[in-house]
Design a protein around this ligand. Structure first.
Ligand code: G7M
Length: 295
């Protein structure tokens, strides 16, 4: 494995995959030692501790587009400081699935009946190489991100790991953690049955306790949800602050609230085997390009 420093030094730019000017995050595709590599650069938020110092850091020689009109003035400038202001992520080697995921593309709504789940989604899940979720097993066995783990219940049936999501920027308003089940046999929301209620309820209770303790957020300030379709088929729950209204993936067609899921399973033990589950997906996603969704 190359270090992040080596990846940046060897990166040969190929093309921009997407440039979200609102979220200020860009994904670029390139090559490192002949293999595909994705880099993302994201402008970070201003930390509270440095806000009072910002006027001092402005480099006056960098002013561009300066306008002064009576009591109003504005310009674009660079800050003269060692402040860190960009979050960098690398995916190397990147697969075609990663490239399709981060490439700007139209999204479409797919209606998945139980029959279409059996004929298409299961077939898709089965052909995913196991090494794609190696990073999950690294977290579960403590060989990666061990210093970031917030809580680890090792029970093979109802255990889980809670840790910051890769997307979390560290601030409480945009809290983004993830809870990953120890067991590997729950592929997704579709696999959930009433027998999994003890796991779901324990997980929810623990999340409430930990978020209160570490971030001083109450249960009513939290949005707990499960993605369908997920990007990896090993059961996990997303933990975000309600205040993070535009958190990625909180939209309908993707996020299923944990409380609703628990309630559905209490009402109907096999709800998720019988339900039609609509989902939104990128039009270049393999699930769409390789399978027939006509009903
Ligand atoms: O869409 P889905 O439910 O599969 O979401 C997967 C979540 O896992 C996303 O929110 C990702 O940001 C997060 N995630 C993905 N990877 C590869 C990692 C990782 O290596 N470490 C951590 N902590 N989170 C990850």
């Amino acid at each position: 494995m190359l270090t992040i420093e080596e990846i940046l030094a060897k990166f040969r730019f190929q093309r921009i995959l997407s440039n979200d000017t609102k979220a200020k995050i860009v994904y670029v595709l390139g090559e490192v030692e002949g293999q595909d590599c994705i880099l993302s650069f994201e402008k970070t938020q201003y930390e509270d501790a440095i806000i009072s110092e910002l006027p001092i850091y402005v480099d006056k020689s960098s002013f561009v587009d300066l306008v002064e009109n009576n009591i109003y003035s504005w310009c674009t400038a660079a800050l003269k400081s060692n402040l860190v202001d960009t979050r960098i992520k690398t995916i190397y080697p990147a697969t075609d699935v990663h490239i399709a995921k981060y490439e700007a593309q139209a999204r479409v709504m797919v209606i998945e009946t139980p029959a279409l789940y059996e004929s298409n989604t299961i077939a898709y899940i089965k052909q995913i190489p196991v090494k794609r979720i190696q990073w999950v097993h690294n977290i579960l066995d403590g060989s990666a991100e061990a210093d970031r783990v917030i809580y680890h219940d090792k029970d093979p049936g109802t255990g889980f790991v809670i840790l910051p999501d890769m997307k979390w920027n560290g601030s409480v308003e945009t809290l983004y953690w993830v809870a990953i089940a120890m067991r590997s046999d729950i592929l997704s929301l579709r696999s959930l049955r009433s027998e999994h209620l003890p796991l779901l309820k324990k997980l929810k209770q623990k999340i409430y306790e930990l978020v209160k303790e570490k971030a001083n957020l109450s249960p009513n300030q939290l949005r707990l949800f499960i993605h369908y379709q997920p990007s990896y088929y090993h059961f996990h729950v997303h933990i975000t602050a309600v205040a993070f209204t535009d958190a990625p993936g909180v939209v309908s067609g993707q996020a299923h609230l944990l409380d609703t899921v628990i309630n559905n399973l209490e009402l109907y033990p096999d709800y998720y085997q019988r339900a039609t589950l609509p989902f939104v997906i990128g039009e270049r996603h393999q699930l769409l390009t390789d399978y027939n969704w006509d009903q």
